[in-house]
Write a protein that binds this ligand. Structure first.
Ligand code: FES
Length: 140
């Protein structure tokens, strides 16, 4: 037996490597339906309450969460895992979230879609201010 694998064996090995790579590609572009969620599985301190101004919003990329505050001071939080194909939204312009994968846009104040291809709003999370900190977590 030679030290080099035969062509047929190499072909088999290439196929084994190629299949998982193709599977990952499909998963990244799969349609929604799996219940996208933030990385928060329990309430967590995500930042100082002073970081979110009235009428503004702040994106917490490390948690996949956006928090907004209306003119009355009420906080809202949404998962920033895109409802189209579950990409992590990484851009906030004013109060508009922009998904890097296919360009969907969401209102960070309401979670609603403002530009397709996404059709479902962002998942709302629980949020409160406590001792000057923002605590967000899974929906109650
Ligand atoms: S994953 Fe397709 S637009 Fe966000």
């Amino acid at each position: 037996m030679s030290a080099r694998p035969s062509p047929s064996r190499r072909t088999v090995l290439r196929g084994v490597v190629a299949v998982p790579a193709a599977g990952l590609g499909l998963a990244a572009c799969a349609p929604s339906g799996g219940g996208p969620a933030s990385t928060l599985t329990a309430p967590a301190d995500i930042g100082a309450a002073s970081e979110v101004a009235k009428g503004g919003a702040k994106l917490y990329r490390e948690h996949n969460v956006v928090v907004s505050r209306d003119e009355n001071g009420t906080l809202k939080a949404y998962s920033t895992v895109c409802t189209h194909a579950q990409c992590a939204i990484n851009k906030l312009e004013g109060t508009t979230l922009i998904c890097p994968c296919h360009g969907s846009r969401f209102d960070a104040v309401t979670g609603e879609v403002v530009q397709a291809p996404a059709t479902e709003p962002l998942a709302e999370l629980s949020v409160k201010a406590a001792d000057g900190r923002i605590v967000a977590g899974p929906a109650a």
